[in-house]
Write a protein that binds this ligand. Structure first.
Ligand SMILES: NC(=O)c1ccc[n+]([C@@H]2O[C@H](COP(=O)([O-])OP(=O)(O)OC[C@H]3O[C@@H](n4cnc5c(N)ncnc54)[C@H](O)[C@@H]3O)[C@@H](O)[C@H]2O)c1
Length: 322
């Protein structure tokens, strides 16, 4: 069984610890806080506990390190783990600059290790359904994709809306289109906290001509968690606020009558709601990591895809600040 350590036991890390305790062998838990280490030692008495990340790396029996610490620490901890020969699952984003991410990807590649960024939404069965529909050609040629991630609150003061909310939608858009944007532009304003944009609009353009947009905000009357994909034959909406109709497929499309050549009309047909499994996305993410560690799947591609997200984030951030 794969031996896993979880570092960072704040808000998110305990969810990862629970899953790896159930799916693998949780052999280490780690946090800078002795109180958190003591608390989780009671829950996982079989796991060794430490406040020093270096202890994990010194254990030659340990296979993998899961990093759920704050974003600014990700690159340094992931780099140290890869250098110590450990497979790494690191919360998103694994690095804040593209050059740092490229360094992690190179390290993972030369040592043939897994470097999986924790892009949770990619494991949401609703997003997986969107990908299936697109790849099966159900929507016809995909023209554009846009994400809405808006609400009133939670107002962050240390991370802007692009970094706090946008990483999710960006990872989904790049996964769905499987292309690297040639243009990535962001505009936003820091209305509440100087230097922390509360409202961000992003535009992405891809080599194939597809375009994408993201509206990210915690100053909005609507609570929206939605991705819309517009195809030439069908359109589909993934709405994570819905309980029973997470994905809705619309047979709506532009249509040109042969006899009035040149004049565009539109057509509307059925609307259908495919069944979406209720599986816990984090469970699926952890399983994916373990299967990559055991040699299944394309470990090099997941690391490269992670780098594409960080590169786009960097371009959007530079554009926002520019
Ligand atoms: N995928 C998701 O949906 C999702 C949701 C929430 C958070 N996250 C990600 O999880 C990560 C952690 O977020 P959080 O909300 O749990 O933060 P948090 O601040 O609640 O917890 C982070 C923990 O890491 C510990 N820590 C910091 N440096 C450390 C080090 N060098 N070694 C060991 N422990 C260290 C801190 O003591 C703290 O307990 C972030 O990257 C965040 O983006 C992902």
């Amino acid at each position: 069984m794969t031996r896993v350590a979880v570092a960072g036991l704040g808000y998110w890390g305990p969810n990862l610890a629970r899953n790896f305790d159930e799916l693998a062998e949780l052999t280490w838990i780690c946090d800078l806080s002795p109180e958190l280490v003591a608390k989780f030692s009671e829950r996982y008495p079989q796991a060794r506990a430490t406040t020093d990340f270096a202890d994990l790396l010194g254990d030659s029996d340990l296979d993998a390190v899961v990093i759920a610490t704050p974003v600014p620490t990700h690159h340094e901890l992931a780099k140290a783990a890869l250098e110590a020969g450990k497979h790494v699952l690191v919360e998103k984003p694994p690095a804040t600059r593209a050059a740092e991410m490229d360094e992690l990807v190179r390290l993972a590649s030369t040592r043939d290790l897994v470097l999986l960024p924790g892009h949770l939404l990619l494991y949401h069965p609703g997003v997986v359904k969107l990908k299936e529909l697109i790849d099966a050609g159900e929507l016809g040629e995909v023209l554009c994709v846009y994400g809405n991630r808006q609400n009133l609150g939670i107002v962050r003061t240390n991370e802007n809306a692009l970094w706090s909310l946008g990483v999710h939608d960006l990872s989904v858009i790049l996964y769905l289109l499987d292309e690297e944007p040639v243009e990535a532009i962001a505009h936003g304003r820091d209305f509440l906290t100087t230097g922390v944009e509360d409202v961000v609009f992003c535009y992405l353009r891809f080599p194939s001509g597809k375009i994408a947009h993201m509206h990210l905000s915690w100053l909005d009357p609507h609570k929206m968690r939605r991705i819309t994909v517009v195809g030439k034959e069908k359109m589909v909406v993934f709405d994570d606020m819905e309980l029973e109709r997470k994905v809705t497929v619309y047979e709506k499309y532009p249509w040109q009558r042969a006899e009035t050549y040149g004049e565009w009309q539109t057509r509307s047909g059925d609307i259908y709601i495919p069944k979406i499994a209720n599986d816990e996305p984090l469970r699926l993410e952890c399983r994916h990591f373990l299967s990559l560690v055991s040699g299944d799947g394309d470990r090099a591609k997941v690391a490269r895809d992670g780098a594409m997200v960080v590169r786009a984030l960097e371009q959007l951030t530079d554009s926002l600040r520019g």
